[in-house]
Design a protein around this ligand. Structure first.
Ligand SMILES: NC(=O)c1ccc[n+]([C@@H]2O[C@H](COP(=O)([O-])OP(=O)(O)OC[C@H]3O[C@@H](n4cnc5c(N)ncnc54)[C@H](O)[C@@H]3O)[C@@H](O)[C@H]2O)c1
Length: 424
């Protein structure tokens, strides 16, 4: 099999190496020449993906993977399978901007040869494959879709950091625009994946599956957050309650927390809602989860006898989650906004970010000076070892992720609150 993988990002590059290591010939393409250059030199362009450097060395070393910035030329060399996984950019309301996707589709279409299967793995609003991608591909290639070439959607369900494991574990979902296209795509994916390949019967079903699994998580977390807020009003420890509830097989309640961030979970429920504006639960869940950063600030204000006005408050963690350098839809933004609204001065620190990077994101970096209070926003592993002596002057701390050890703080008189747990 000959394959082209378009967009060698955190998702595309591991897939390209995976195909190459299964013995196939792969060309990876990316608009960023630095990425292309590094791939051709067998150097991973980003850290943190388990097994990627080793896989890249083998794939490039064996001559099965090469990279180029010219997508059209790579496709025109004649590929059986073209996998495209460009980012779908969204604004702060998660409304998609299709320009990058459209330009990738145009680049592929201009090189398209009869017989190819084009699989778009980017998460999409339902209907995008059939109504946007396939017609553009036909128009720009001059070929007839589902006769001369085939378009499918195959959502990427992996988790950054453990992609190779996930690729071999989770069923690979494939949804075509015709039975023949879907059958061909299933057969091609089966040539390099060990996981079950599951035909979904339509591109729309495949698109909706990814939106369903991510919306499920958003709704579930929103429910946990509502439980936690009730627990806070009644002095119940919600962690204990959730563990107990989940001890029978019908309950899978997630954990409450200060924010739902990242590229996926806050965004894909909005894609779903764009197609199904009458869906009430996903809309309510979004509202509840978006309200959590402000709720954490409210808890903090209750701990400070003089309130928040004029207080210097440290936001611990700008990343949307621990261990990952990614600020997309991070709760840190909402926390900072709410602190400012209540008259406090938000400061930020994050072990993964340099002070100038924090500034570029709009935060004032903490210079190590006196503080009044702190809020744990990201569950960086380092925070479990924090003590009150690390944050001089702090009188109150809200742990939005349940990561600090309250005993290390309360002994020196610091007031501690965790979301969903009685006051310490
Ligand atoms: N990262 C995840 O955890 C994850 C998980 C599941 C699904 N996804 C899906 O994968 C998509 C891509 O995510 P990612 O994390 O790999 O993104 P990324 O930002 O790591 O990489 C995107 C790559 O696309 C390249 N690119 C941009 N425009 C291009 C163009 N016109 N032609 C060729 N290349 C171009 C960029 O240079 C970059 O290397 C997401 O939009 C999402 O739909 C991501």
């Amino acid at each position: 099999m000959r394959a082209v993988v378009v967009a060698l990002g955190k998702i595309g590059l591991p897939i390209a190496t995976k195909i190459a290591l299964a013995g196939h010939e792969v060309t990876g393409t990316d608009i960023d020449s630095r990425v292309v250059d590094r791939v051709n030199r067998a150097l991973e362009p980003f850290p943190g993906e388990a097994g990627l450097q080793d896989a890249l060395e083998r794939a490039v070393g064996e001559g099965r993977l090469r990279a180029t910035t010219d997508t059209t030329a790579a496709v025109a060399e004649g590929a059986d399978l073209i996998i495209a996984v460009p980012p779908l950019v969204v604004d702060d309301q998660a409304r998609p901007d299709f320009r990058v996707l459209d330009s990738v589709v145009a680049d592929i279409a201009r090189g398209l040869r009869p017989g190819a299967v084009v699989s778009v793995e980017t998460t999409l609003p339902v209907g995008t494959t059939r109504e946007r991608i396939a017609p553009a591909m036909s128009e720009l290639s001059g070929l007839e879709g589902e006769r001369d070439f085939f378009t499918v959607h195959s959502p990427e369900r992996v988790y950054s950091g453990r992609i190779f494991r996930d690729l071999d574990t989770y069923p690979k979902l494939v949804g075509g625009l015709s039975p023949e296209g879907e059958r061909r795509a299933e057969e091609l994916y089966g040539q390099f994946l060990d996981a079950e390949i599951r035909g979904m019967g339509s591109a729309e079903a495949a698109e909706l599956t990814k939106l369903a699994e991510t919306t499920y998580r958003d709704v579930n977390i929103a429910l946990a957050n509502e439980f936690a807020r009730f627990a806070d009003r009644t002095g119940i420890d919600i962690g204990k309650v959730i563990d107990a509830a989940n001890s029978q097989p019908f309950s899978h309640v997630h954990r409450p927390g200060i924010a739902v961030g990242g590229h996926c979970i806050p965004v894909y429920p909005r894609f779903l809602l764009a197609g199904d504006p009458e869906a009430r639960l996903p809309a309510a869940a979004r509202e509840i989860n978006q309200g959590m950063p402000a709720y954490a600030v409210e808890l903090l204000e209750e701990l400070l006898p003089d309130g928040l006005a004029g207080a210097r408050v440290l936001i611990l963690g700008v990343s949307y989650r621990g261990g990952v350098k990614e600020p997309a839809f991070s709760g840190a933004f909402g926390v900072a906004r709410e602190l400012e609204r209540r008259g406090a001065r938000p400061l930020a620190s994050d072990p993964l970010y340099e002070p100038e990077e924090l500034r570029a994101l709009g935060f004032e970096p903490w210079d190590g000076g006196e503080l009044d209070a702190a809020i744990v926003q990201a569950d960086h592993a380092e925070y479990s070892r924090l003590t009150s002596s690390d944050l001089s002057g702090v009188r109150a701390i809200v742990d939005g992720r349940g990561v600090i050890d309250p005993a290390r703080w309360t002994t020196s008189g610091v007031r501690v609150r965790r979301i969903g747990a009685p006051a310490e």
